[in-house]
Design a protein around this ligand. Sequence first.
Ligand SMILES: *Cc1c(COP(=O)(O)O)cnc(C)c1O
Length: 483
Amino acid sequence: MSEEITFYKCATVPLEMHRARIVQKLELKPVEERVRAITEAGNNTFLLQNKDIFLDMLTDSGTNAMSDRQLGATMVADDSYAGSTTHERLETTLRDIFGKEYFLPAHQGRACEHLLAKVFVKEGDIVPMNYHFTTTKAHITLQGGEVTELYYPDALDVESANPFKGNMPPEALREAIATYGVDGIPFVRMEAGTNLIGGQPFSLENLKEIYAICREHHLPLVLDASLLADNLYFIKVREDAYKDATIREITREIADNTDIIYFSARKLGHARGGGMCLNDRDTYLKLRELIPVYEGFLTYGGMSIREIEAIAIGLEETMDLHMINQGPLFTEYMVDELVKRGIPVVTPAGGLGCHLDAMQFVSHVPQHEYPAGALAAAMYLAGGIRGMERGTLSEQREADGTERLADLELLRLALPRRVFTLSQVQYAIDRICWLYENRELIGGLTFVEEPSKLRFFLGKLAPVSDWQDKLVAKFRTDFGDSL
Ligand SMILES: *Cc1c(COP(=O)(O)O)cnc(C)c1O
């Protein structure tokens, strides 16, 4: 049965396909309060307090809205330690959706990565993937392995018309196999809705080609399905061959072209948790052994039983085009409106949120003064909006202390699914535009407290000049005494 996809063409604005029945009060603090808050946070948006934030666009991890059905299901959870019917419900749902025989629960996505790396990766191994994710790479390198990223040249272009920037070039995979040998490659990894390049999808055609090569060489293909929902939507609307397929059919075809599927249920399924699905019994037994050691008993794997109920329903709801379209449609609206106004942003629109290109936005701020970090601080001052720096600040210094300059300087404004209304998105666009008009006022940042590892989480910075005072003065001139 074909699903209607004309819905998104007949409306000039994206439509919320739900109504809000439980709400959370937000506060928009006056700009002077925002100056105090960002100063106390050391100009690091990770250190802001939620009470000081109007629109929290830091991440979509564990922040997507649950449905009434999900919340209802949490109340009927079976919390017996062993033989829980709740576990059985999730297992049955996953078997139905992915068609894989076995399911293993884990407390979140990175826990799956930990166990997969432990079972598969040995010293000196190379894992080819379309692009790395922070935690994936960490677990592979902790096992003594290395990551090699195989992508088309335009995957890292800020502006592009490529609808599938997450594709892996098949010839590059063949080359990697020739170079490292089958014995040096424990598995090949494809990431759906490729996170760090802007929530960009792969095509089903590409996945099939990659899987065929893996089959030929008896290499397992592992799918990181954390951001699968967005990728499903993009296959449906961007890949001609699948425009008449249902989301359920597309999902099954993806699953049939992978050996192991793992996911973070903080994203997929709109709850909190994770898990792995597979058919190979030997691999299943090896992974299963580790679950009680690192995660918890096999019926919960570190997850709360209420979350497991919510994931089962959330996965069912993910098979609905009108649910999974919400993230991409709102992102597309935001990106299109910014492009129309000449504001530099990653295109085509991905699934995760909107990514401003700080390299162009504040081109006068040198990279060693963290342009994306400076833009994140300025965005908070301008609108109480919290984004996440993805640039040099998120890198680690070289061993000799010199800065490793990032390829891209992005400010990610994530759109957690079904959380923000269109008027809130429009407000964000307005404030981004105001900031762009006043971009010359934005200056750089410098560290005052710099942790040696993952400095972006806890590091504290200060403005290199009095640029924030000038920005706030301009805000008052333009907006009077409004917020
Ligand atoms: C978030 C994420 C993970 C890690 O999942 P957690 O539940 O946060 O541990 C892995 N891969 C991708 C693509 C993700 O977006």
